[in-house]
Design a binder for this molecule. Structure first.
Ligand code: AMP
Ligand code: MG
Length: 279
């Protein structure tokens, strides 16, 4: 496997988001062709560790993994879910997309719908957007006053620390797409009937607030990149690089759990003897 150094993806190492290059491939010496092989290799190890995580979940281990995906429209969050999620056994994965809150969701605290979607023991949860929208979209489009969204940074840190304490390994990825690449992806959605379903006229409105989003994202990185819930800045103009990076980060999260197969909760020799005694 070509070496990929995920520590170079850590947001802290990347500097300000406004000067970050979404076409770069930090920590990776390969190219598109080698990335396909590397993704397959990562996928093999990912799926065996995932099975082990799942097996432990069945045996009373309540640990889980949560992958949080953020990024502007067209950054490729859906592609990550498809291509990285596709490396995993669907029985062990829960994917939740967070759109505009429903009336019921708005009647609760902003973390209510997030808590309801947390992965069960032994599972990998994937969030396509997340509680971060409540300090991003809400802030940029003035859906709530600053007195409401500002305290959320601290609430989010407390929430994520609480999750980490309860056995959730959190991996946060911000997919960054350049403005030029976003234009060409939006144009493609308008040119191709098979992509209309991905297009939302609101995407153009969000694009108009590009610089405000950058400011809001910078605060997210500055205020919520913690050791228990680290942020990674993923350049996403090259989809193959973004997919490999996120897969590799997920693999590292699973490796960090130091999993082994759960021991039998029955007498193996006795069960063998019972089996042998039967026809
Ligand atoms: P998509 O991910 O393309 O389906 O779009 C979902 C839309 O829902 C995006 O425009 C988000 O900004 C918006 N959204 C998600 N969560 C929230 C939230 N808590 N408040 C306001 N808008 C949100
Ligand atoms: Mg969209």
């Amino acid at each position: 496997m070509t070496l990929i150094r995920t520590d170079e993806l850590r947001a802290r190492a990347a500097g300000p988001i406004a000067s970050f290059d979404p076409a770069s491939t930090p920590g990776y010496r390969g190219d598109k062709a080698s990335a396909a092989d590397d993704l397959a290799a990562v996928g093999d190890e990912l799926s065996s560790l995932q099975e082990m995580l799942f097996a432990n979940g069945r045996s009373g281990d309540d640990r889980s993994v949560l992958l949080v995906l953020q990024g502007m429209d067209t950054a490729g969050k859906g592609g990550i879910v498809r291509h990285v999620g596709g490396l995993l056994d669907p029985q062990g994965v829960s994917v939740t997309g967070f759109g505009k809150p429903t009336d019921e969701e708005l009647a609760h605290d902003f973390l209510w719908r997030i808590r309801n979607a947390l992965p069960k023991p032994g599972r990998i949860g994937v969030f396509d957007r997340s509680h971060y929208e409540d300090v991003l979209a809400v802030r940029v489009h003035s859906l709530a006053p600053e007195s409401v969204w500002r305290p959320r940074f601290e609430q989010i840190n407390n929430f994520e620390a609480e999750l980490a304490d309860s056995g959730v390994t959190i991996v946060k990825c911000l997919l960054t797409v350049s403005k030029a690449e976003q234009r060409s992806r939006l144009a493609e959605r308008l040119d191709r009937p098979d992509k209309y379903w991905k297009y939302n006229p609101g995407d153009i409105d969000a694009r108009a607030f590009w610089d405000d989003y950058l400011v809001a994202y910078q605060d997210v990185l500055d205020l919520t990149d913690t050791d228990v819930a680290p942020w990674h800045l993923i350049p996403a103009d090259r989809k193959w690089f973004a997919r490999l990076s996120v897969a590799r980060l997920l693999l590292e999260a699973l490796r960090s759990l130091d999993l082994s197969w759960p021991p039998a909760d029955f007498d193996v020799a006795a069960e063998r003897a019972r089996l042998a005694a039967l026809e």
